[in-house]
Design a protein around this ligand. Sequence first.
Ligand code: 5GP
Length: 189
Amino acid sequence: MEELKERILAEGSVMSNDVLKLDALLNHQVDPQLIMRMGKEFADLYRTEGVTKVVTVESSGIPVAFTTAFELGVPLVFARRKKTLLADPDSLIERVPSFTKGIVTDIMLSRQFVTENDRILFIDDIIANGDAARGMIRIIERSGATLVGVGIVIEKCFQSGAQAIRDQNIRLDSLVKITSLQDGQITFG
Ligand code: 5GP
């Protein structure tokens, strides 16, 4: 998505060889028009796949998952992050390390909203090592639903997450691929 590459160059900042700060675009402020166009891109990729629900993890995945769900005309379900959890038989929970926060959080989805009859499109903002996506994929598998694919706004190709998911024969589409952040330079794939 060329428009998104231009916005990343203009508004992103390279924090290290691994981390791109995108508060102006994805993680703190969002441009609703741009997020609408991202949702349309994902919806166009999956329009014929019989998606019944879009799923994401709070919080940065929610805007683009919302516009994707809006375009597809299906509900959005966002997994919630919980610090402490009481055992709840109605919830599916996975423990996930957070790439940016350096902590471990539990992500939780109620069985009420994702069932074995669902065909799920999982949308998220950025993929690095793939821990968040792996946790979400395990939850979707445990729900009995079918995972149709994974849509990621920004894939950092120099980290292993996206490839590991494709190696599991799961379809993964990204709107922008970043191959390097070395020396403060953003290089697109
Ligand atoms: P993963 O679990 O794939 O290692 O990391 C995914 C999550 O960490 C994303 O949902 C995103 O919020 C955050 N993240 C990973 N890498 C970056 C990055 O370079 N910049 C920002 N802003 N967030 C990142």
